[in-house]
Design a protein around this ligand. Sequence first.
Ligand code: G6P
Length: 362
Amino acid sequence: AQADKGTYPFYMLKEIDEQPNVMRKLSQVYLNDDGTPVINADLLDAIKSADRLYIVAAGTSYHAGLVGAKLFESLAGVPTEVHVSSEFAYNQPLLSKKPFFIFLTQSGETADSREVLLNVNEQKFPSLTITNVPNSTLSREATYTLLLHAGPEIAVASTKAYTAQIALQAILAKALGEADDQAAAKDFDVKQQLALVANGMQALVDEKATFDKLAKSALLHTPNAFYIGRGLDYAVSLETALKLKEISYVQAEGFASGELKHGTIALIEKDTPVIGIITQQKTAGLTRSNLQEVAARGAKTITIVTDALAKPDDTIVLPTVDERMTALLSVVPGQLLAYYTSLNKGLDVDKPRNLAKSVTVE
Ligand code: G6P
């Protein structure tokens, strides 16, 4: 069923706003009242007997996989690799002895990802498709399926599917780690975290005027912009940069903040926007000094920081959640900044040039 835009000017804004409810919905569907995950036992057994997870995806789903890998490694203790479908399809790396494949795909129809699944099936390896579309091709052709329950996503630029993919991977990682008696998983209250995330997202989407203003002052007239971060914050930098380039046509890139000095810093000019994402205690100081380095060269720096790590001058402060879950909040300002940059440029936010919602050719 085609969703209704209601009073929203664009689907993208509606879908950004739906994210708190998507978090609550996933919690309802996949977690018991006491917080224990409800995941098919056969699926858990199949993943448990694997020695390595291979997450395969394209675009925004690939970025959700980068976050997911860190959840599977930290909560379930299982080594996880993330691959771009179109690369994996024709350049398969040497696999571990017992691989398990996870396909992340909002539409369940992406040809690049399907090509990998066909190869995987030929090699008789088990697989799971995590998708928003029941009965989609990748859902039918994988061994197992989990649904995102995010509701139809119409805007070409994906938002709620990304956060749904991360939340569901957190639940799956918790289930897997618990089934394997891992302390990290047992101590991780995913239900409580998703409730905190939902409230935090709501607080952010309630601040639309702030993001509109910031988009106008920092991004509207710039030819380029950079998002930087380390670890999970780097993964989110890639996604927030993609959002900005997709719909506003600003040449935006996400960088590992420590890599800036090895090349990219040459691009910094007066007023180049550099947005630092800071949610990880261990690397907060390092990213802050990387921001100082670009500020000294004229960059206009903006910070997106969790409450626990915030300083008085920070631009956007995120409510504090478990450090493994911060991607679910730190992405929201990036979504809104991209939206308002596109809107203020008078562009068709939902249907950017040259892009399709679902790409069924390789
Ligand atoms: C297209 C869309 C992207 C999406 C990618 C993967 O390029 O424009 O927004 O992330 O496909 O789509 P999937 O449906 O597999 O998640």
